[in-house]
Design a protein around this ligand. Structure first.
Ligand code: ATP
Ligand code: MG
Length: 175
């Protein structure tokens, strides 16, 4: 079982059991039904602060969140997020929410709450950032909605006002 300085042994155990179920793929497809079972099985003593389509996010500590895979796509995105974070060039890493710990199907990430206002200036800033990632071989995704609006659920502002992506599970390395 993966070590953790933050999670209790009991938490890691229930997460490991949940992930086993996700891999076996014998859970209901319906999202709300699945989430109900997930929360019940995990029985973690933390508040849920986000329900993505692929990962359930818990308010872990003052400074960190815990992301647990809801489904197989969540397993894949957690893996990708870890890979992208580890391999990102130094000057771009500060634009990715830091991953502090990870294990099978879960990761602990810095908590960043400040929403990015959907302004023209911020859109330009984010587009510039996407270009910088592209130059370094990383294809960004999911930062703008279909209607070209800034996806507030995936990008945030850190204390210094810098843009930080909190969901980069869809980023890919150029082949
Ligand atoms: N680092 C973070 N700090 C604060 N809140 C977070 C953080 N990471 C995730 N969240 C919250 O949890 C929600 C879901 O997380 P995330 O976007 O990573 O999951 P997902 O399943 O990949 O989402 P999607 O539905 O976009 O595919 C976010 O929209 C956000 O509200
Ligand atoms: Mg998201």
């Amino acid at each position: 079982m993966a070590r953790s300085r933050i999670l209790r042994r009991r938490d890691r155990k229930s997460i490991a059991q949940w992930i086993k179920k996700v891999k076996k793929n014998r859970l209901p497809k319906d999202k709300s039904e699945r989430l109900k079972i997930m929360k019940h099985k995990l029985a973690l003593p933390y508040e849920v602060m986000g329900e993505g389509s692929k990962r359930l996010v818990y308010d872990l500590t003052k400074k960190s969140v815990l992301k647990v895979a809801i489904n197989e796509k969540g397993l894949r995105d957690n893996k990708r997020e870890i890979k992208i974070y580890r391999s990102a060039p130094r000057n771009l890493k500060k634009h990715l929410a830091k991953i502090r710990e990870n294990g099978a199907g879960w990761l602990i990430m810095d908590k960043i709450n400040q929403i990015v206002p959907d302004t023209k200036k911020n859109k330009q800033k984010l587009k510039k950032l996407e270009k910088r990632f592209k130059k370094r071989g990383i294809i960004t995704d999911d930062l703008f909605s279909r209607s070209k609006k800034l996806k507030g659920s995936n990008t945030r502002l850190n204390k210094k006002g810098g843009m930080v992506v909190i969901d980069y599970g869809n980023f890919k390395r150029k082949k």
